[in-house]
Each structure stands twice: as structure tokens, then as C-alpha cells.
Design a protein around this ligand. Structure first.
Ligand SMILES: [Zn+2]
Length: 294
């Protein structure tokens, strides 16, 4: 228990000592660039979990997917959407993990927020207390207010400005319920946290369902541009990399007895990966196992 608390305090201290002005900036990548559809992806820095926000630019409007964890990155998204000079008609939240919905309340207080029914209900129930708790933990880089989902997105197909969007509900992957958005005209697959790119995957339990969700994406060969919830947009190779990572996690969990040993093996196998704090957080709070010295 002592180690658990110490680990958490260290993680939090290293982040709370940063003020908004000192934060490293997010990167913006143009993932899709056609005449009628562009997708800009803003990626938070690796030490700040590499959270993504995707801005889909259609001829007359913008559709945004996910709202960041830390408020300064949502402000950077706001600078991007302002520069495009088109209204945001839908702001999607892909799933109910706070690193995707806590950040944008101050930057986008009036955007119409869409989510799956389950995600909307969970955020209605837990959003406020989660925000307060993270404000205590991380200080001023957490937003002051929330913009919680008010619109339910049903799974199915919709045409928006002549562009077909496919909305799907994916179950038991990195979260219990998550929204996948596909844009077949530009071969784009917005997978959010089913896919991580060069970022440590957030492990909170059995990985079987997550692997199944990745294999489903692997079978949908039409889609060549994969947009992850953490890390840069990539090609299809990142799906295989994630499957391999999850296999490595399973093997390492079976062969280690302490959290330190487990973490050290992951860092040695994936030295170039960002999001190292994610390992500390899930080991402290989420991933249960009979660790020695816990
Ligand atoms: Zn996430």
C-alpha cells in the first residue's frame, strides 16, 4: 500500500509541478487531405499521454472526436478549429475514460456533444466527481468545467454533407463500451482507444476482448488510415504492433511477481514508447494481480 501511494504521489507530482505555460505543445498532423474531407489530428506530447483529438473538416462544418485530458491541449484544439472558420456541428466523445472528456469544457462550452447512450449515462453519473478529483490531483491544467454529452449517437450509417459515416459500438475492448467512426470515402478508421500508436497501452484487466476488437479492425482491409486514441495516425501496421504488445503484456504478467519488475520489462521491450505514466497509473489503481510488495 505504501508503494502504491508513493508511486501515485510521484506520478502526480511530476505533472502538477508543470504550469500551463511550461507544458510542451501538442503536434497537429494532417491525416487525411482530400478536396472535400480533411482530418487534422492533434496529439498531446508523449509525457502527457499522447491523447488525440481528430477534427474532421467538411465543406461547411467541423466534426470533432474526443476532448483531451489536460485543458491546455483542448485550448490548442480550439485554436485549430477557430482557424478553420467553420461551425462545430458535432463533438463526439468516444468512451467514458476521463482522458477523453475532461479537457474541453472550458474551450468548447457550447459545442453539441454526442456519445453512445452508455457513455452519456456514465459521464452524467461520474463526470462531475471525476473532474473535481482530477482538479485536486493535477491542479490548474485540468479544466474548470465539463461539457457533458446531450445527444445520443445510435450505431448505424449517416450521411453528413454527402459523406457517409459509419458509427459502431465496440464492446469489451480497452473500455467496456466505445464508439468507432469510419469514413469509407477516405479509408479512415477512427478507432480511438482500441488502437494506441507507440504509446503504452492502458491495461486494466483481461486483454482478450481488446485483442478481438483489434482483430476485427485487422479484418476490415478497406481502411488504410488508422486514427488512434493515443499517438499519431498511422497505417495498418499499428494494429499488428498493438496485438503483439498485448501478447507481451500477458506473457510478462504471467512471469513477474512485482510491479517494478513488470514495468521494467515493458520499458526494456518498448524503450521508444510514450505514455510511461499510464503504466504507473494502471498499476496503482486498476490492474489487479497478486503482486508481491503491493
Ligand atoms: Zn485514453
Amino acid at each position: 500500500m505504501k508503494t502504491k501511494m508513493l508511486m501515485l504521489v510521484l506520478v502526480v507530482m511530476s505533472i502538477t509541478n508543470i504550469t500551463a505555460q511550461q507544458l510542451p505543445k501538442a503536434n497537429v498532423v494532417l491525416a487525411v487531405n482530400t478536396r472535400d474531407i480533411k482530418i487534422f489530428t492533434l496529439v498531446a506530447p508523449p509525457e502527457m499521454f499522447s491523447n488525440t483529438t481528430h477534427v474532421i473538416e467538411l465543406p461547411n462544418e467541423l466534426i470533432v472526436v474526443d476532448g483531451q485530458f489536460f485543458a491546455p491541449y483542448a485550448q490548442q484544439v480550439k485554436a485549430l478549429t477557430d482557424s478553420l472558420k467553420k461551425p462545430i456541428t458535432r463533438f463526439y466523445i468516444s468512451h467514458d475514460h476521463p482522458d477523453h472528456y475532461l479537457g474541453f469544457g472550458d474551450a468548447f462550452p457550447d459545442a453539441p456533444v454526442y456519445a453512445l447512450r452508455e457513455t452519456k449515462e456514465k459521464i452524467e453519473k461520474e463526470g462531475k466527481s471525476t473532474l473535481e478529483q482530477r482538479q485536486k490531483q493535477f491542479g490548474t491544467i485540468i479544466a474548470n468545467s465539463l461539457n457533458i454529452p446531450t445527444h445520443i449517437q445510435e450505431p448505424g450509417e449517416q450521411t453528413i454533407e454527402g459523406v457517409k459515416f459509419i458509427f459502431e459500438k465496440s464492446l469489451h475492448n480497452e473500455d467496456e463500451v466505445s464508439l468507432v467512426i469510419k469514413v469509407p470515402a477516405v479509408n479512415a478508421y477512427i478507432a480511438q482507444d482500441i488502437v494506441y500508436n507507440k504509446t503504452h497501452l492502458f491495461i486494466s484487466g483481461d486483454t482478450g476482448g481488446w485483442k478481438k476488437a483489434l482483430k476485427k479492425i485487422e479484418s476490415e482491409k478497406h481502411y488504410s488510415i488508422i486514427l488512434p486514441g493515443h499517438g499519431n495516425p498511422g497505417n495498418r501496421s499499428i494494429i499488428a504492433e498493438d496485438l503483439k504488445y498485448l501478447d507481451f503484456v500477458d506473457k510478462t504478467l504471467a512471469n513477474t511477481t512485482t510491479k517494478d519488475e513488470y514495468k521494467a520489462k515493458l520499458l526494456a521491450a518498448y524503450p521508444q514508447y510514450g505514455g510511461i505514466h499510464l503504466i504507473d497509473i494502471y498499476l496503482a489503481y486498476y490492474l489487479k494481480k497478486d503482486w508481491i510488495n503491493k
